[in-house]
Design a protein around this ligand. Sequence first.
Ligand code: AMP
Length: 495
Amino acid sequence: MYDISGLNEECGVFGIWNHNEAAQLTYMGLHSLQHRGQEGAGIAVSNGETLKGERGLGLLTEAISDIKLESLKSHQHAIGHVRYATSGNKGIENIQPFVYHFYDMSVAVCHNGNLINAQSLRKALEHQGSIFHSSSDTEVIMHLIRRSKAPSFEEALKESLRKIKGGFTFALLTKDALYGAVDPNAIRPLVVGKMKNGAYILASETCAIDVLGGEFVRDIHAGEYVVINDDGIRVESYTHHTTTAISAMEYIYFARPDSTIAGKNVHAVRKQSGKQLAIESPAQDADMVIGVPNSSLSAASGYAEESGLPYEMGLVKNQYVARTFIQPTQELREQGVRVKLSAVKDIVQDKNIVLVDDSIVRGTTSRRIVRMLKDAGAKSIHVRIASPEFMFPSFYGIDVSTTSELISANKSPEEISEHIGADSVAYLSVDGLIDSIGLDEDVPYSGLCVESFTGDYPAGLYDYEPNFIDQLSERQKEYLANHKQYFDKEGNLNV
Ligand code: AMP
């Protein structure tokens, strides 16, 4: 059964054109994007004549063995993908890049994000005779391209990009060119870099350019696509119906701290959001600030600096535990959490602690951490969250697409504090977040997508609309009734 929830989620894409070590550099680039997906990885290469790929399940080192990588050598062009999968679609058939061989051309494609009209497009395509091989909505774009009557691949790509909705970036490789594309709101990021030998790089984050010693060239903006071939690089727009709304969650949680999105360094943004949080929600009589490793350390340092409290290491993360231990019993699951994260007893004992985390989604992580710190002897724990209340699902590719999994959809900060066993819980305000990121564009939310905090969906709802409306909680309804919405259900601006 085709499942609407969580098909293609937060992933990392990479591409390189014209380098003798294309596959190896793609491997290194993907390694720096590993935080964006650990369930599978793949690389497709071309030498201008043939196009082929390798893929596998798990971390990059597991998915692409030395033997597989060796087989991809001697090709100058490549794209690659790291995949974050959700339950129910973890099979190898969903691992990208997908490689297609047609009678007249070959294409490899990979994708980051989520297409919110994939289900209806897929239904329509199947009625017209399309046969899908995977449950991934990445296949939809390929069917659209092949069914297009446009005179060239580029025109067919443009036409297809205009039909899909949601938050997405694509990397495509043919024998003649490397293509990249970004959704009409630039919800998901894509950047171009250049190597010293002139080779161009395409990547979800700038950290992939930096690790290869490349130079940042530019962000690909809302509604743009890029063509890189032996003639150089060309950036065009496939639509002018654009409103910049970059996912705030990229800054809050997903991206690596050394990456820069739209000119704003992720660590600096997180640190500023921690400072802002300290101004908005100070904690009385606290002895120290600790952050939840790794994604909250930047925000915690900002909170400490602003509040004048010492920044301490109260929690240590074992960097070698790749994925959450999936264990059959609750007892073993708890054990797994302790292996991953442990409290520094001598530091937290008898102390009043400000615990900074980047977000509370389901509430399970903070509940466990608060208990762990209390078990280690902490006197009081004031939880401070460096993002607003995560009250609404996101359909644009971050794996949180149902209201039922969101604790803030039903509980106030006071109720959450009680639920997780903390002494208080406070969140950064939406305005505080927007100011901390500081994009300052002349569009709603200063150019950010903050749908999870406001229920305002810049790319619309499409296939998700009936469920979204059905599942609205009283708390969500109250929020929506009291706040202006800038976007309608198709993502058009309400004026
Ligand atoms: P929980 O409240 O237990 O669902 O987990 C929240 C924690 O997961 C936060 O501290 C984040 O570090 C992390 N997180 C936030 N958003 C996501 C996401 N979309 N997918 C996976 N982890 C996330």
